[in-house]
Design a protein around this ligand. Structure first.
Ligand SMILES: *[C@@H]1O[C@H](CO)[C@@H](O)[C@H](O)[C@H]1NC(C)=O
Ligand SMILES: *[C@@H]1O[C@H](CO)[C@@H](O)[C@H](O)[C@H]1NC(C)=O
Ligand SMILES: *[C@@H]1O[C@H](CO)[C@@H](O)[C@H](O)[C@H]1NC(C)=O
Length: 259
């Protein structure tokens, strides 16, 4: 009896170490969210602050966790990139609606673990292997599977900042391909699904070149959903909350049906 009790205690201690705080289950399916502000989320951000409105598609759930800045699992809540995309006013992004849609269609994939890594205003050169952003992303991805679970996909919404200078736009495809190959290689997941978001409009004039690059990636297991037609915030710079909800659903649909 005493022995059994001791064993239980040891098991409990181990479970606590390997699992998220407050009795949450450890995630089974893990997704990396990366790129710029539209992935991080600015939906509902006004001139000064976020309106705080969380649509029903983005509510918290014990089945949806996020890897926090200290590499621990916690119940996910909007804004998903809080304390990750620093010094910005954050709002709703696509992550929560993505997770809810995946769970609704494939409950067996839960609990879901989201690993927010997107940083607003970044260009693809800054995401190259060897840089800080890349290093943080890979470190967070590895920490996410430290105690189990499987990385199922990378969701990538980036390229807006590479539409400003023609040289950057022209090099985008080569840099993106290298980025995908490097991440897959460093995570030792050579066929990891990679879902990008096709830019609708952009910050600079060379959007067509970057879009062509995005749609022209010929690597296996790279898919794309198109942001064209999604509504923007008052600032004309970011997707609004309904657009982010829709985008999350599009990403989920791609993940569930394109691979
Ligand atoms: C955010 O702001 C703090 C305080 O002003 C500063 O020390 C830090 O470097 C900033 N971080 C980023 C990523 O801009
Ligand atoms: C991309 O980022 C790098 C590093 O911060 C910077 O040197 C370069 O000017 C940036 N390019 C654009 C178009 O912002
Ligand atoms: C956000 O996405 C929209 C739609 O693709 C695009 O028009 C806009 O330039 C993006 N904003 C930023 C800051 O990247």
């Amino acid at each position: 009896m005493k022995m059994l009790h001791l064993l239980t205690l040891v098991l409990l201690a181990y479970a606590r170490m390997a699992s998220p705080e407050s009795g949450l289950a450890h995630p089974t399916s893990i997704f990396i969210l990366s790129g710029q502000s539209n992935m991080s989320g600015r939906g509902g951000v006004g001139r000064v602050k976020w309106d705080g409105i969380v649509p029903p598609e983005c509510t918290s759930s014990p089945s949806i966790l996020r890897l926090g800045p200290k590499l621990t699992w916690e119940e996910a809540e909007e804004p998903l990139h809080a304390d990750i995309d620093l010094n910005k006013t954050l709002g709703v992004g696509p992550g929560m609606s993505f997770a809810h849609t995946v769970l609704a269609q494939e409950p067996s994939l839960g609990p879901i673990g989201l690993v927010p890594c997107a940083i607003g205003g970044t260009n693809i050169t800054e995401w190259a292997r060897g840089g800080l952003l890349y290093g943080d992303m890979v470190r967070r991805a590895k920490a996410a599977v430290n105690h189990g679970g499987t990385i199922r996909a990378i969701l990538w919404y980036q390229g807006e900042s590479d539409t400003i200078i023609k040289e950057d736009a022209l090099r985008y495809k080569q840099r993106l391909v290298k980025f995908i190959q490097d991440v897959r290689s460093d995570l030792k997941l050579p066929t990891l699904p990679f879902i990008q978001v096709g830019l609708a409009t952009a910050l600079g004039p060379y959007i067509d070149i970057v879009r062509a690059a995005q749609f022209g990636v010929k690597l296996p297991n790279v898919k794309i959903v198109d942001a064209k037609g999604l509504p923007l915030e008052w600032d004309n710079v970011h997707l609004n909350t309904p657009a982010e909800v829709k985008l999350g659903q599009m990403l989920a649909h791609s993940f569930l049906h394109d691979f």
